[in-house]
Ligand binder design. Structure first.
Ligand code: AMP
Length: 194
């Protein structure tokens, strides 16, 4: 099963991706986390990636395709994965379809977590203030740039998925428990006992 989670920065993709992963027993693959891992390697590629991410820009489509397709070939993805952060641009729609079709798979669900901008910026500010989860791109001026990049590059992709009837919108406000229940209800994914 392949599920992809959409939402602007701060919408809760990471939190909900981890929960869905636990409920369904398939890995949560965050392209942002993968890129942060490349950065932490300190390689020259990592430095290029950091320069883009730290300004609120996206990395090139080809790079992210290679990172994701390699990861999907790992043994733990045999039963599927929860994608978080991919696709994120219009060309990445076709990339995902191709990556999946060459592996005999298709996209089962595309879920959009909808959250108003004021709440997003508050959530990012809270994360920026927390030592444990703070990220360089959570600074207020960069958070605003990330929202703008999302509007310019990702919103058109969502329009396409919506027109194709592939997008399921979920209210992403409220507690993580509330949002998770909405996702499970929407997709009737609930395993016994959840
Ligand atoms: P995230 O953790 O999902 O907010 O991602 C952090 C940053 O990684 C984003 O602001 C982008 O710069 C980059 N990134 C993550 N996924 C993608 C993608 N699919 N395409 C391009 N850039 C990405």
């Amino acid at each position: 099963m392949i599920i992809t989670l959409f939402g602007p920065p701060g919408a809760g993709k990471g939190t909900q991706g981890a929960r869905l992963s636990g409920a369904l027993g398939i890995p949560h693959l965050s392209t942002g986390d993968m890129l942060r891992h490349v950065i932490s390697s300190g390689s020259s590629l990592g430095k290029q990636v950091a320069a883009l991410i730290d300004e609120g820009n996206f990395v090139p489509d080809d790079m992210i395709r290679d990172v994701l397709s390699t990861r999907l070939d790992a043994q733990d993805c045999m039963r599927g994965a929860i994608l978080d952060g991919f696709p994120r641009t219009v060309p990445q729609i076709a990339m995902l379809d191709e990556i999946l079709s060459t592996r005999g798979s298709t996209l089962d669900a595309a879920i959009l977590l909808s959250v108003p901008d004021e709440i997003l910026l508050d959530r990012i500010a809270i994360r920026a203030a927390s030592g444990e989860t703070a990220r360089p791109d959570d600074r207020p001026e960069i958070a605003a740039a990330r929202l703008e990049t999302y509007r310019v590059k990702t919103a058109p992709l969502l329009d396409i998925y919506r027109r194709e009837g592939r997008l399921h919108e979920v209210d992403g406000t409220g507690s993580p428990d509330e949002v998770f229940r909405r996702i499970l209800f929407l997709h009737k994914l609930a395993p016994a006992g959840v």
